[in-house]
Write a protein that binds this ligand. Structure first.
Ligand code: HSE
Length: 298
């Protein structure tokens, strides 16, 4: 009647795959406790670590959970306690962790009536509340683990992609908050054919690289011609962090989700830690507070 969960942080976009690619991290995540309750609906009974609303209709876990409950015949309800470790507005899927955790846990307690793709659909309602757009590139990897591709939104088609065994992610979060809704507003809604060609070449290259465990191919595919040039302006020291991380041995480096966190992929933990050290030094030098962590991708 009660379940305790780890809700992982996620990197969305992964440079070339705006709104379609994402990956789950193991080093950072929230904790959530969900229990069955007599009262119908969903009640957020505790929320620690972040200043976020408790009202069900204003809380992403509440909204995602209610989206699920609308599709079952269930007379009782659920109580949710959320222990946030992921900062809101950090770019590593804070709202997705809560949305995904709520629907995953409730589905378990109900005896698993829904498939993972159904759960992604419900969790996307939490994302709609958080960012104004029901994007799935954070909730899909939070629910399925590893790398995921949203091949199509309508109908929803989610593909799991294998993770090469030596792949590590370094993520640094400059301590500023960037709301996904704001960093979406600044994007252009049209792209040129020339940029499209470069971008889908890289998406294909990245997917092939992940399947073939070809680290070089993964590295040269981590390029974003469309979103990075616009959003990187909001991130302190972005160009320096990127060029020095590549110098330190990272395969590739880009904006995590809608930022301001920056991620780098590396082959092996030693390189990933060296990249973390390089990133830290840059922020120390220019006086930016940060959090940094290294995750194995699996
Ligand atoms: N794909 C979304 C965006 C992810 O970049 O706006 C937000 O975390």
């Amino acid at each position: 009647n009660k379940i305790k969960l780890f809700c992982p942080a996620t990197i969305a976009n992964i440079s070339c795959g705006f709104d379609v690619l994402g990956v789950a991290l193991d080093a950072v995540g929230d904790e959530m406790v969900i229990r069955k309750a007599k009262e119908k609906g969903i009640k957020i009974t505790k929320l620690e670590g972040q200043d976020l609303p408790l009202e069900t209709h204003l809380n992403v876990a509440g909204v995602a959970g209610m989206a699920l409950l609308e599709h079952v015949d269930y007379e009782d309800g659920f109580e949710i306690e959320i222990y946030k470790k992921i900062k809101a507005g950090s770019g590593i899927g804070s709202s997705a962790a809560s949305s995904a955790g709520a629907v995953w846990g409730i589905n378990q307690l109900l005896g698993r009536p829904f498939s993972n793709v159904d759960l992604v659909k419900f969790a996307m309602e939490g994302e709609r509340l958080a960012s104004g757009v029901a994007h799935a590139d954070n909730v899909a990897p939070a629910l399925l683990g590893g790398f995921t591709l949203v091949r199509s939104y309508d109908p929803l088609d989610i593909i799991s992609i294998p993770s090469p065994s030596k792949l590590y992610a370094t993520v640094i979060h400059p301590q500023i908050e960037v709301k996904t809704s704001d960093s979406r507003k600044i994007l252009k809604t049209n792209i040129t054919l020339a940029d499209g060609i470069k971008q889908w070449g890289n998406v294909g290259g990245l997917i092939a690289g992940l399947f073939q465990e070809d680290y070089e191919l993964i590295g040269r595919s981590l390029v974003d011609h469309i979103v990075e040039p616009i959003r990187s302006i909001l991130i302190p020291g972005y160009d320096t962090i990127k060029s020095e991380s590549l110098e330190a041995g990272a395969l590739g480096c880009g904006i995590s989700g809608s930022g301001p966190s920056i991620f780098a992929f590396s082959k092996g933990e030693t390189v990933a830690k060296r990249v973390a050290h390089t990133m830290k030094e840059i922020y120390q030098k220019i006086g930016v507070d940060y959090d940094v962590h290294v995750s194995r991708i699996n």
